[in-house]
Design a binder for this molecule. Structure first.
Ligand code: ADP
Ligand code: G6P
Length: 470
């Protein structure tokens, strides 16, 4: 068994399984923040990534990607239902996102969640060399830190939650709250997107486990678990160099032409098709602007990219049906021949085509009801080659704390959302340039490498316990 000094453990491998039958192995760049973020830093680091390849059944060995080894995990149909679609995505995901959809508590799913977490911990224990650093990712694997510590007390364990950590009163609803909290606190450093999450966890731990400590460290019976905020970012350099390709400029010109030419304001949204992303609220706002005659299809068009996600989960299926009905209604009511009000694209795009879309937008509309970070907002800023373009951004995305020069909005307030969209569409070039420059400068300093560097450096402090307490 080959072992590594750095092991990443995440539910998904960052690999496009469908591109692999001929043995060739390509990065997946799956629609989802986690894989994209980590891909950027691991490509050139000797490490092993433990994760699921996206297909049900026995996992087959996969070739390395550059210096990165892949340790594929298999998931059975029952595990997919109980662990992934069930406990992870029907219980934890909605609960952690302010319960914008009612979380489902199904007692049958817990066993599956626990046993899959155990298998991931065992696999990580196998591939970690003595004294290695093991970095566990996200809500799917919240029990892994503690399970791994039992198996391998010699390794340094990090845990990073890509999604929000809810306020204690919501977390307290979880039937398995104590196990989940203890599982996560098995890590040496627990990282979050926002400081508020670390605060929530400290309060919860005091209440449920009787621990002491503050927002930066929790003292359990025998250990100190450090916590902190490390806002995740994107590979700014990659997005910039993509954006500089002639293909992207040509594609953007073509898109602009296809969407109706220079005089049209293009509103763009790019999301996984997920109820946390606020797609329905956004459609309501746009449709009311059309109804009230405050925007017209002859001078405005919306592009909604909504890539399919978690399609077997009931709440996602229902959402897709509702969105498609609403898009049809809006186009039926307000569109003209050859001039729809909304272009709806329920398909994946490759990175260059996404960059071209970002460059074509006049207003990027990112309005999740709750989001750990939202990397699309950051990608939009990085993809712009000039200082034009407005970003309308939900206050409830982690990114809002960093991109303060966006047009910030509460997406639950549809009237406020309508006003903000109009304001962004009418902003002067000077105003837009000031905002874009500030956001771009911020992102340049806070890219994905800065994120990983900050987290791993902090995690490393736990190797010398006296320094570990901040
Ligand atoms: P989440 O992680 O909840 O999906 P983020 O905005 O943080 O939300 O990350 C989404 C990622 O998925 C971004 O990197 C974005 O470029 C990518 N993505 C979104 N839509 C598509 C699409 N249609 N095709 C390919 N990638 C997409
Ligand atoms: C979010 C989660 C990730 C997840 C991604 C895509 O970004 O934080 O852990 O990988 O969504 O979702 P999926 O269910 O397709 O992996």
């Amino acid at each position: 068994m080959r072992q590594s000094s750095l092991v990443v453990v995440a539910n998904r491998l960052p690999l496009d399984d469908s591109a692999a039958p001929d043995g060739a192995c390509e990065w997946r760049r799956s629609p989802g923040g986690l894989a994209g973020a980590l891909h950027a830093i691991l490509e050139q680091t000797p490490a092993t990534w433990v994760g699921w390849g996206g297909r049900v059944g026995e996992a087959r060995p996969l070739p390395d990607i550059g210096t990165l080894r892949l340790r594929p995990m298999s998931l059975s149909e029952a595990e997919l239902r109980g662990y992934y679609e069930g406990f992870a995505n029907s219980t934890l995901w909605p609960l952690y996102h302010d319960a914008v959809v009612q979380p489902v508590f199904d007692r049958g799913w817990w066993e599956s969640y626990r046993s899959v977490n155990r298998r991931f911990a065992e696999a990580a224990a196998e591939v970690a060399e003595p004294g290695a650093t093991v970095w566990v990712q996200d809500y799917h694997l919240q029990l892994v830190p503690q399970l791994l510590r039992e198996l391998r007390p010699d390794v340094l364990i990090g845990f990073f939650l890509h999604v929000p950590f809810p306020p204690p009163e919501l977390f307290m609803q979880l039937p398995r709250r104590v196990e989940l909290l203890r599982g996560m606190l098995g890590a040496d450093l627990v990282g979050f997107q926002r400081p508020q999450a670390a605060h929530n966890v400290a309060q919860l731990a005091a209440k449920l486990l009787g621990t002491h400590g503050a927002d930066t460290a929790i003292v359990t019976d025998d250990r100190v678990v450090r916590t902190g905020a490390f806002p995740v970012s994107i590979d700014v350099a990659e997005m910039r160099s993509l954006s500089a390709r002639p293909y992207v400029a040509n594609q953007s010109r073509q898109l602009r032409h296809d969407l109706g030419g220079a005089h049209k304001k293009v509103l763009l949204s790019v999301d996984r098709l997920d109820y946390t992303k606020g797609i329905e609220h956004r459609l309501t706002a746009y449709s009311e602007l059309l109804r009230d005659g405050r925007v017209q299809v002859r001078d405005t068009v919306m592009v909604q990219v909504a890539v399919p996600s978690r399609e077997r989960v009931e709440s996602y299926r229902g959402l897709r049906d509702r969105i498609e009905r609403e898009v049809g209604r809006i186009n039926g009511e307000y569109g003209r021949v050859g001039e729809p009000a909304i272009h709806y694209l329920n398909q994946p795009f490759d990175r260059a085509d996404l960059a071209a879309l970002y460059q074509t937008a006049d207003v990027m509309v990112v309005t999740p009801l709750r989001d750990g970070m939202n990397l699309v907002a950051k990608e939009f800023v990085a993809a712009r080659r000039d200082d034009s373009g407005a970003l309308v951004l939900s206050e409830f995305a982690g990114a809002a704390a960093e991109l303060e020069d966006a047009f910030l909005v509460n997406p639950h307030d549809v009237d406020g959302l309508k006003e903000t969209l109009l304001q962004a569409m009418a902003a002067t070039p000077d105003d837009l340039a000031t905002r874009m420059k500030a956001m771009r400068a911020y992102l340049t300093r806070h890219d994905i490498r800065a994120w990983a560097g900050a987290y791993l450096t902090d995690l490393d402090l736990a190797r010398s316990p006296s320094l570990g307490l901040r």
